[in-house]
Write a protein that binds this ligand. Structure first.
Ligand code: HEC
Ligand code: HEC
Ligand code: HEC
Ligand code: HEC
Ligand code: HEC
Length: 174
């Protein structure tokens, strides 16, 4: 085999390999690790929590009180959007949910398996900021998952903060 042919073959392999990598990567992003899913209404944390500085807890009411933070209902949105930006097509879409008395089917971004015990309450009471686990949400136009939520992620912070019983299996597993 001539050197030129060998080079061609190597380039060919590299191209095929590269293509597989790109396709695999795209499939991963769209189907398996969609950290930034498209939402039914383009809701921007940047506009609300960033530019307009609406506090996280104004919308995520239960973050200090219960297991889940909760996502605000349509009524919460309409408290402002009966008046604000009513000429926008996005707000008209929002208003249609309100008129039809339908909840907005927000796509969940964070989702731990059922066998894991996690409560916001204790973490917030311990003085942790939202950003430590969720990143700089106030600058996100579309919400994205920045932490893996894997066991190792939980354990490394528990170790760093010397959480009492923070590495015992039964602390996090029922
Ligand atoms: C005006 C109301 C509003 C404010 C203020 C707000 N959020 Fe949200 N948040 C929402 C809505 C609606 C969703 C669901 C739609 C979405 O994911 O974009 C959401 C989703 C989220 C999610 C993802 C939920 C999931 O499915 O896993 C996180 C995390 C979050 N918000 C954190 C924050 C933090 C941190 C702040 C403050 C910096 C904040 N939010 C301020 C309304 C709000
Ligand atoms: C405390 C008041 C307040 C609440 C509550 C609120 N918003 Fe907003 N929203 C605003 C403001 C202020 C703007 C920026 C308006 C502008 O650009 O002039 C905005 C802008 C928007 C826009 C962009 C509109 C466009 O065309 O530019 C969307 C979409 C939106 N909000 C959806 C929501 C949804 C969905 C909720 C409920 C989860 C919600 N908002 C809750 C105040 C609020
Ligand atoms: C110690 C890390 C940590 C901190 C701090 C934290 N979160 Fe979370 N958050 C998580 C995890 C883990 C989940 C996934 C929970 C699940 O799937 O059961 C989550 C889920 C959410 C969700 C999705 C709805 C839900 O509750 O399942 C929202 C909204 C949210 N967080 C908002 C906030 C806000 C607002 C703050 C700050 C006041 C905050 N979080 C602070 C780790 C954290
Ligand atoms: C950024 C740091 C941090 C991360 C990440 C974190 N934790 Fe924690 N966790 C803490 C701290 C600090 C405490 C101690 C709270 C206290 O002293 O009351 C704690 C306490 C706990 C407790 C015991 C208190 C309770 O709520 O019953 C559980 C369970 C727990 N964490 C689960 C988890 C799980 C599951 C994850 C991962 C999905 C996780 N944590 C991720 C910092 C963290
Ligand atoms: C601080 C919280 C925490 C502690 C402590 C903890 N885990 Fe986990 N564990 C998780 C989370 C979160 C997941 C789910 C995410 C994942 O698969 O990494 C998980 C998943 C698992 C899984 C399923 C893994 C898989 O690939 O399906 C097993 C098995 C497990 N843990 C065993 C243990 C054992 C055994 C211990 C004690 C030595 C332990 N865990 C302690 C948080 C914890």
């Amino acid at each position: 085999m001539k050197v030129a042919d060998a080079v061609k073959q190597i380039i060919g392999l590299a191209v095929v390999g590269g293509a597989c990598f790109v396709i695999g990567y795209a499939v991963n992003i769209t189907y398996f690790y969609d950290r930034t899913p498209v939402q039914p209404i383009e809701f921007s944390h940047k506009i609300h929590a960033g530019d307009n500085q609406i506090p996280c807890k104004y919308c995520h009411l239960y973050v200090e009180r219960s297991r889940v933070s909760g996502v605000p209902n349509v009524q919460r949105c309409m408290g402002c959007h009966k008046i604000i930006k009513t000429d926008s097509p996005l707000i008209q879409k929002l208003t249609a949910y309100w008129d039809n008395k339908e909840p907005i089917p927000w796509v969940k971004v964070h989702n731990l398996p059922d066998y894991v015990r996690f409560t916001h309450k204790r973490h917030i009471k311990a003085g942790l900021q939202c950003q430590e686990c969720h990143g700089d949400v106030a600058s996100m136009s579309r919400i994205t998952k920045v932490s893996s939520l894997k066991m190792g992620w939980c354990l490394s912070c528990h170790e760093k903060k010397s959480v009492k019983n923070g590495k015992d299996c039964w602390t996090c597993h029922k």
